[in-house]
Design a protein around this ligand. Structure first.
Ligand code: NAD
Length: 501
């Protein structure tokens, strides 16, 4: 199937592309040109039910397949991802707008989760104790939970789904993915590659859609676990509705990440790191730096250096040799420009203004240039709201203590970074900062696949983070077995509470 020229995208159910049973469709645009390139169906509750039933039917055989067999499918999938990394990256850039290099980076980070999940025969092992009582053994096993669902955002159309389904499938679950309707095609390519890798039909399914499809998944009686990544209001909705309907839910929400710069930091290093982390992927990363906290006398030097570097960021079509592409939609562009207007009105000082950027030959593209504010205050809208665009704001404070208190008061707590040469300051920061992912001279501290990814406070609802061992725990249920094999004539347990030993 040539997915790149399809007018109306299909769903992927039971191992094949099928038309949605809907009259509602959305536009998928190329953000660099503004052109509508295909249409995405908004699946109905009946479509969702078809996908869940396919996953339910495929479950018994898949969950009882030896874990090595499941791992081998993932090994072949990993090889196919590697072989197709260029065409996957082109598809991501076409629908999302990020640069090709960045798109390839997200495919690689997704592949690393597949590599982690390939170790499932070891990861899913339980524990065993011999003779917990006389002739009694005890052991624990971790079993798959059943049909699992992934609901994912537009900003990582390959990586975020791959935070979820490789681990879920490895553990013996079947899966329904509801990718973002703004860049939906990569999910279908991943489905095709999984099939080519030997995944049995129905184990992995894709439904496209909006709230109607999501809400149908949240209440479907055969869905057992839901992983969500997206904005905080929707994460809260997914968590509350899903848990009210008896499902296990992890819902990762929005972010507003701070980078604290100490007076002793290596300034050129910190500036390059912050500019890349603030403007890379046009600021559309949940781990992007949004706020720079300048401590003490570093403020003026830092703002001057950030401004100088921000003005040199090359912006254009992600298929060309640029550092930054467009934002996802015209509506996103308008929202970001509106928030920059608001920052100016509320008294922050605009130092670099990206509102009027023009990219030659791409007059209809959704571009916002790198924007830098100084003298941002915690009460300003641009400090409080997640902008999700290429906008950095500098807040000035007098001490590390004040910087830590500022970060700890923020409702979001996804990522944070400190730039310093002082081990003492770094250690104090690591201990006192109340944020899920912490970087020390590392601007975007995204944990590797074998650790787990997740924020605190309004950046995550639920207990377990994604991928790594938390992923294995999320996609399995623990069971503890106590067993004895009595000889004929052994005394049977009595009425009292059984005591071992
Ligand atoms: P979004 O919340 O608009 O959409 C996420 C998913 O929810 C999509 O699949 C979408 O179709 C669905 N959805 C949208 N509106 C819905 C509704 N009313 N009811 C039910 N479902 C709905 O997010 P987005 O704009 O695609 O992505 C950007 C957001 O995701 C940012 O807030 C970003 O911080 C966040 N994000 C967080 C992480 C993280 O790990 N914490 C990672 C990536 C992105």
């Amino acid at each position: 199937m040539d997915l790149t020229t399809l007018e109306r995208l299909p769903l992927w159910i039971g191992g094949k592309a099928v038309a949605a049973n809907t009259t509602r469709y959305g536009d998928v645009t190329n953000p660099a040109t503004g052109e509508v390139i295909r249409h995405v169906p908004f699946a109905s509750a009946a479509d969702v039910d078809r996908a869940v039933q396919a996953a339910r039917e495929a479950l018994p055989a898949w969950r009882s397949a030896p874990s090595l067999r499941r791992a081998r499918v993932l090994m072949r999938f990993r090889e196919l991802l590697d072989a197709h990394r260029k065409d996957l990256s082109r598809l991501i850039t076409q629908e999302h707008g990020k640069t090709l290099v960045d798109a390839e980076g997200e495919v690689t980070r997704g592949m690393e989760v597949v590599e982690f999940a390939m170790g499932i025969p070891h990861l899913q092992k339980g524990e065993h104790s011999e003779n917990v009582g006389t002739g009694v053994d005890a052991y624990s096993i971790r079993q798959p939970v059943g049909v699992c669902v992934g609901i994912t955002p537009f900003n990582f159309p390959a990586m975020v789904p791959m935070w979820m389904f490789p681990v879920a499938l490895a553990c013996g679950n079947t899966f329904v993915l509801k990718p973002s309707e703004r860049d939906p095609t990569t999910a279908l390519r991943l489905a095709e590659l999984l099939q080519e890798a030997g995944l049995p039909d129905g184990v992995f399914n894709v439904v496209h859609g909006d709230r109607e499809a999501v809400d149908a998944l949240l209440v479907h009686p055969d869905v057992k676990a839901i992983s969500f990544v997206g904005s905080t209001p929707i994460a809260r909705h997914v968590y509350e509705t899903g848990t009210q309907h008896g499902k296990r839910v992890q819902a990762l929400g929005g972010a507003k990440n701070h980078a604290i710069v100490m007076p002793d930091a290596d300034l050129p290093f910190a500036v390059e790191a912050i500019v890349g982390a603030g403007y890379g992927s046009a600021g559309e990363r949940c781990m992007a730096i949004a706020t720079v906290v300048a401590v003490g006398e570093v403020g003026d030097r830092l703002v001057a250096a950030l401004a100088e570097r921000a003005r040199r960021v090359s912006t254009g079509n992600g298929t060309t040799d640029v550092e930054m592409g467009p934002v996802i939609t015209r509506a996103a562009r308008e929202r970001i420009v509106g928030l920059i207007d608001r920052g100016c009105e509320e008294g922050a000082r605009i130092v670099v203004d990206g509102r009027r950027i023009r990219v030659a030959g791409h007059e209809n593209g959704f571009f916002v240039g790198p924007t830098l504010f100084d003298r941002v205050e915690p009460g300003h809208t641009i400090y409080r709201e997640e902008i999700f665009g290429p906008v950095l704001g500098v807040v000035r404070v007098d001490s590390l203590e004040e910087a830590i208190a500022l970060v700890n008061r923020n409702p979001y707590a996804n990522g944070v970074a400190l730039f310093t040469r002082s081990g003492h300051a770094a250690r104090r920061f690591q201990e006192e900062i109340e944020v899920g992912m912490v970087g020390i001279n590392v601007p975007i501290p995204v944990p590797m696949a074998f650790y787990s990814f997740g924020g605190w406070r309004s950046s995550l609802f639920g207990d377990l983070h994604v991928h790594g061992m938390d992923g294995v725990r999320f996609y399995t249920r623990g069971k503890a077995v106590t067993a004895r094999w009595p000889d004929d004539g052994s005394a049977a347990p009595g009425f009292h509470m059984p005591l071992m030993g």
